[in-house]
Write a protein that binds this ligand. Structure first.
Ligand SMILES: *[C@@H]1O[C@H](CO)[C@@H](O)[C@H](O)[C@H]1NC(C)=O
Ligand SMILES: *[C@@H]1O[C@H](CO)[C@@H](O)[C@H](O)[C@H]1NC(C)=O
Length: 371
């Protein structure tokens, strides 16, 4: 763990410098004038233009972006050295198997609803002649860039097409216990419980998809179009009711009308192993962005050899800043510190202001047309 932390600090420093162009040697200049590390990266600018226009509706942080980010995780985490040790196939990680073998993998319970984004992404993969694994990582990185407040994601190419579907049971589910989820991410990539929390920052830009088919597109926080810490604030508030008529498996009461809360998020926010890390993102944008930048890269390289991949991060756009008319972290209108279920024993909950106005009600995210 100590070693891992050190590695992580190092990694963050590296990627920040990469963003500034200090470490990655720029060996080629694309026709749009952008310097990249390898001229093979230039082709991705064409893919970028196409998906911004025709997948992300002009660069929106909407349902297509949310599901593209989710797809990165569900493709990547399906790798298990423990299964391999038992002589079974353990999955290939970030290898695009969820798209190549979508008939199999999108039928896994944990992947419910992902058939839609796979169907939307496939034509772009065919049109541009890239591998599904590279495309899923690229679309996820570009999707993040459409969400104000997001760090610039790293994007490396070089994933060969998967040759086998990942086995079922490797993607965590909302009703899994904290023990089970911690064990799963440890097996997948030797991630520790703090890194599990970093991964869950993705729920800042997320909504439910087929968890409850009667109430689709319910966001996990009140700002699903912005990469911020509201997910970590709002999961800590006392639940007051279900968004639908009753709770479904994996869903627990949420604090805001129209907001969905997963049982696993509720539990990890309150577990003594993870609660302080959860709270650490409140009022700390630089920690949120650097930890997520680190973990996104690690996820997109699961099952791959980073040494033979090509760094095309320069193709990923910079996101816009969070709108200046609000603090980075806040209590939604109608909520105060009295609604916080304090779980971190060592540090008090940060002092936040309450947004003015009537009690917050969260708007649905419309699902993609035709999905
Ligand atoms: C550029 O990337 C290609 C594969 O994408 C690789 O074969 C080639 O060696 C790279 N060139 C340099 C100079 O790194
Ligand atoms: C934000 O997190 C970093 C890294 O853990 C820490 O050094 C810094 O003190 C934190 N800042 C605030 C305002 O809590």
């Amino acid at each position: 763990m100590a070693f891992k932390k050190l590695l992580c600090v190092l990694f963050t420093a590296l990627s920040l410098r990469a963003v500034q162009g200090a470490v990655v040697e720029k060996r080629a200049t694309c026709s749009n004038g952008v310097a990249v590390s390898n001229e093979s990266c230039c082709a991705w600018f064409t893919v970028l233009e196409d998906i911004q226009e025709n997948l992300f509706n002009g660069g929106q942080c909407g349902a297509e972006a949310h599901e593209s980010i989710r797809l990165v995780f569900h493709d990547a985490i399906a790798i298990s050295p423990a299964l391999e040790a038992e002589g079974q196939f353990g999955g290939g990680g970030a290898d695009g198997s969820i798209m190549i073998f979508d008939e199999i993998e999108t039928n896994f319970e944990a992947n419910v609803g992902l058939d839609e984004i796979v169907k939307l992404q496939k034509p772009f993969v065919q049109r541009h002649g890239v591998t599904p694994g590279d495309f899923i990582a690229f679309a996820g990185a570009v999707a993040m860039s459409n969400c104000p407040g997001a760090p610039q994601m790293n994007f490396f190419t070089g994933r060969a097409p998967a040759t086998q579907a990942a086995p079922d049971g490797l993607v965590p589910e909302p009703f899994d216990s904290v023990d089970k989820i911690i064990a799963r991410v440890d097996d997948a990539g030797q991630f520790d419980e703090l890194e599990l929390v970093w991964m869950l920052s993705a729920h800042s830009v997320a909504a439910s998809n087929d968890i409850d088919p009667t109430i689709e597109g319910l966001p996990f926080d009140s700002t699903p179009g912005i990469f911020d810490s509201q997910f970590f604030v709002e999961t800590q508030l006392v639940g007051t009711g279900f968004p639908g008529s009753s709770g479904n498996q994996g869903e627990v009461e949420s604090p805001l009308r129209g907001e969905m809360r997963l049982q696993s998020d509720f539990s990890i926010a309150r577990d003594s192993r993870t609660a302080c890390e959860w709270q650490s993102f409140v009022n700390n944008q630089s920690k949120l962005t650097s930890d997520f930048q680190f973990i996104f890269l690690a996820l997109t390289q699961l099952g791959q050899n980073p040494d033979v991949m090509t760094d095309c991060s320069a193709v990923i756009p910079l996101s816009r800043a969070i709108p200046g008319n609000r603090p980075f972290s806040f209590f939604p209108a109608g909520k105060t510190v009295a609604d916080v279920q304090q779980a971190c024993a060592s540090t008090p909950f940060p002092t936040l202001t309450t947004l003015p106005g009537p009690e917050t009600s969260v708007a649905r995210i419309p699902p993609p047309p035709g999905a």
